[in-house]
Design a protein around this ligand. Structure first.
Ligand SMILES: [Cu+2]
Length: 252
């Protein structure tokens, strides 16, 4: 049995992005540690219930514990938690937010626009340039594309269908039209809140072909539970074909 397989026993998700294995490993460390604490505390509780039963200790003891064992144990737990946070979680998070591959020519740029209760995925079109959008135009087209911007001409939008090529880095700018939503790409081990008026980037490299559900990670209203979309990772050739077959959002 390998160390990370504790996650499989806990029905953890597929791992479908490059950084996913590292995040999954950190969660495995956390799960083993929490498992040990659960068993340890559980046994301790059973022991004290038995040890201090009323028949055996009819009179209260006003001195209590005199050894420092429990203090040392607590300090040990704190040290392990600090190592998990500073040694694993912080560097992993820093990698996500600092090393955005902005200048990589291979990068695929997408804008995810949440609204009650669906996701619009805005692609650049063949020119690889994201057209200008303006929230004041949300009532004219799905993502508020500015019609006179030349970069907007070939942009296309899918409703709830996020298609990605395997092996290429993806930067998704996450925003919302109305309330706060959360774009949770669980098998990619990444999630970002969608906040009206802000565009927040998230990036990852999908490394496994497959299809999974996208869920909204913020309780956003009565239709929250139905705010589902699909993420599909396909081979690069299949992606290019799909990409070329999409119709622009704006009338030509
Ligand atoms: Cu939502």
């Amino acid at each position: 049995m390998n160390f990370d397989s504790i996650n499989d026993a806990l029905w953890m998700t597929d791992i479908a992005s490059e950084h996913g294995a590292v995040a999954n490993h950190m969660l495995a460390v956390l799960h083993w540690f929490m498992g040990a604490l659960t068993v340890g505390w559980g046994l301790f509780l059973i022991y004290i219930i038995w040890r201090f039963r009323s028949k055996k200790s009819p009179k209260a003891n006003y001195h209590g514990v005199t050894s420092h064992f429990s203090t040392h144990l607590e300090i040990g737990v704190v040290i392990i938690e600090v190592v998990l946070l500073l040694g694993f979680a912080f560097p992993l998070w820093a990698m996500r937010v600092d090393d955005i591959p902005k200048d990589d020519p291979e990068v695929l740029r997408i804008q995810a626009v949440g609204q009650t209760f669906l996701w619009n995925f805005h692609y650049t079109g063949p020119d690889k340039m994201m057209g200008l959008t303006d929230p004041r135009l949300y009532n004219t087209n799905a993502v508020g594309l500015v019609a006179d911007d030349p970069n907007a001409k070939d942009d296309f939008v899918t409703l709830g269908d996020l298609v990605l090529p395997k092996g290429r880095p993806v930067i998704i700018q996450v925003t919302s039209k109305d309330v706060i939503h959360g774009l949770a790409l669980v098998p990619m081990f990444i999630q970002q809140d969608a906040i009206p008026g802000r565009e927040i980037p998230m990036w990852f490299v999908p490394n496994k072909v497959g299809e999974w559900d996208i869920v909204c990670a913020q309780l956003c209203g009565a239709g929250h539970a139905k705010m589902k979309a699909t993420i599909r990772v396909v081979e690069p050739e299949e992606f290019d074909q799909w990409f070329a077959g999409q119709r622009p959002l704006l009338p030509q």
